[in-house]
Design a protein around this ligand. Structure first.
Ligand code: GLU
Length: 356
């Protein structure tokens, strides 16, 4: 039996006129209910609040983008959750709403709190339906989109599979509308497919294939299999789980070793970093290598920011490209004293270091 996170995009959940697409929702609920009754554990990450709200209320004056998002999501989220509640109710399945925001992943204790919430719901047979709390999230500290949120949830709860349901069959070698493009069926761990992604996004949601493929690569590196498929294909979810050969999709194969819970949290924490550490070329080579090494003062050439022991720091190469993120083993003042020196404690210990 698998633990599955199913992310459903706005374009699958809403019609062109902004009304909820109850046909698609109902088809997906039928499939999720079947999987649940077979013993799989399911967490849903559902977008569509803003898109549904847009079809329900007309603002009395021109609103800025933040006010618009707050108004639409406040109205749309209850519509969505009510429909889910009714549809799952037919099967006697209890669902619960989790509205979260990026700050809830910013410290290890809030991360573990969020994780505990989700695990308690699963343990009690409740299907969590997660969305970003768009009425409260600050623009500068929002999830890029719900693809990012679903990736965080999947690694956080140690999911076996993350299914991202979109309005295309998966990742193509070019524009999906171009007959020359073909669907990429499988992406191996470490394989770089970013060159295939076209920078456009379509329809209602915030995400696009660029973020989907970036998130999928990262999450699969952390040990979760990620599948991108078209959400309104009849039976898509059941096929993906039971008969993947008969439905078009892109599968990002997981790296088998996976990561510890603390490393999984660190891997998604770079936006909370308090400091910036630049390492020399030799240190970069060693950190990127296969052996388990810590970030030592000897390899560091520059540091910026003030941090306490336990805060998140980003690690860059001399070319300015971020190579990793870690939890500092000492505060910035002590780190400055050690800068460039041989020996001494690591600035970031291997157990708390995630190299991208
Ligand atoms: N949280 C947004 C909503 O429910 C969707 C974000 C996204 O498109 O990924 O409308």
């Amino acid at each position: 039996m698998a633990r599955i996170v199913v992310k459903i995009g706005s374009n699958v959940l809403t019609r062109k006129d902004g009304k909820p697409n109850v046909t698609n929702m109902s088809a997906l609920v039928d499939q999720i209910a079947e999987l649940r009754n077979e013993g799989h554990e399911i967490v849903m990450v559902s977008s569509g609040a803003v898109a549904c709200g847009r079809g329900a209320v007309v603002p009395t004056r021109q609103l800025d983008s933040v006010a618009e998002r707050q108004l639409y999501s406040s109205v749309g989220q209850i519509r969505l959750i009510n429909i889910y509640n009714d549809l799952f109710g037919v099967y006697g399945i209890v669902v619960g709403q989790v509205l979260t925001q990026k700050e809830n992943f910013s410290s290890r204790s809030s991360y573990l709190n969020q994780r505990a919430c989700m695990l308690t719901m699963l343990e009690n047979g409740v299907i969590p339906i997660v969305n970003e709390n768009d009425t409260a999230s600050l623009s500068e500290l929002m999830f890029t989109d719900n693809d990012e949120l679903s990736g965080m949830i999947a690694t956080m709860i140690g999911a076996d599979i993350l299914v991202i349901l979109s309005n295309v069959d998966g990742l193509y070698t070019g524009n999906p509308a171009d007959p020359e493009s073909r669907l990429i069926k499988e992406v191996k761990p470490g394989e770089d497919v970013s060159g295939n992604v076209i920078a456009s996004k379509s329809g209602f949601g915030r995400g696009g294939m660029g973020t989907k493929s970036g998130i999928a690569s990262k999450v699969s590196e952390e040990g979760v299999k990620v599948v991108i498929a078209k959400g309104d294909r009849p039976g898509v979810l059941l096929d993906l789980i039971k008969n993947p050969g008969c439905v078009p999709h892109t599968c990002f194969l997981p790296r088998t070793e996976g990561l510890s819970t603390v490393k999984r949290w660190i891997a998604h924490s770079s936006s909370f970093a308090k400091g910036r550490i630049v390492v020399d070329a030799n240190a970069e080579k060693v950190l990127r290598g296969d052996s388990a090494v810590s970030l030592l003062p000897i390899g560091v050439i520059e540091m910026e920011g003030e941090w306490e022991e336990g805060d998140i720091v980003n690690i860059y190469g001399i070319d300015g490209v971020r190579i990793g993120v870690g939890r500092a083993g000492m505060d910035s003042e002590s780190a400055h004293e050690m800068l460039g020196r041989r020996g001494g404690r690591p600035i970031v210990h291997y157990d708390y270091l995630y190299i991208e």
